[in-house]
Design a protein around this ligand. Sequence first.
Ligand SMILES: Cc1cc2nc3c(=O)[nH]c(=O)nc-3n(C[C@H](O)[C@H](O)[C@H](O)COP(=O)(O)O)c2cc1C
Length: 225
Amino acid sequence: MNKSRNILLLVGSPGGASSTSASLGHYILDQLAVQGFVTTELNIQSEVQSSDLQTFCKTIDDAEIILLTFPLYVDSLPAPVINTLELIRDRRVKSQVNNQKLIAIVNCGFPEASHNEWALAICEQFAQEAGIHWMGGLSLGMGGVVHGKPVSELGGIGTNIVNALDLVVESIVQKEDKIPEEAIEYMATPPIPYKWMYTSIASISWIFGALKNKVLTKIGSKPFV
Ligand SMILES: Cc1cc2nc3c(=O)[nH]c(=O)nc-3n(C[C@H](O)[C@H](O)[C@H](O)COP(=O)(O)O)c2cc1C
């Protein structure tokens, strides 16, 4: 096996295969598989927590590039993702793995991609502490637009996402040290140009969700206040 052309996708969403995080990661993995890369995928919430630590660590060590995709949770990373990054970091302090690279893709529910900045800063800090080369991160707002659909099937609404991910694929294939700024800009461009349109659709889907779960009259409840 050619170690230098391995890519590992770590999906950090509890939504698993039907999450936006998985869709974004799968697009990159599929493109790289066509180019002859060995691709591996682990879901942090399910497989990582249930698989044995040795196997998990070996899979991490074997990857030339780690692609971490996750949703923004309370302006940060989901707790199991933080636990996993701390596990990798603590292990790396004891034994180094050279020439590894990290790319992170975070998506959030609010329309503005800027909410994701702190989460990407945390990923960069992790890379520094773990001795992994930070290639950079992509940040997507309006993550609900993807909603687990394959990125290649999003149509016009997914144009900027596809442009961003294609540039990332190219930078990986070309063994570049950083993902291009253009890719970051494409991904941060709102998929729907009007915020009101996105928030209206999101509000309607909340109402349908509440109806489905028979809690429409409780939609404004604040049980923890
Ligand atoms: C517990 C929780 C916390 C969240 N916190 C934020 C947040 O701070 N900012 C935000 O924009 N979206 C937040 N969201 C929304 C998710 O980031 C958004 O739904 C995302 O698209 C889910 O991605 P996924 O399908 O990859 O899991 C939160 C969602 C949950 C369930």
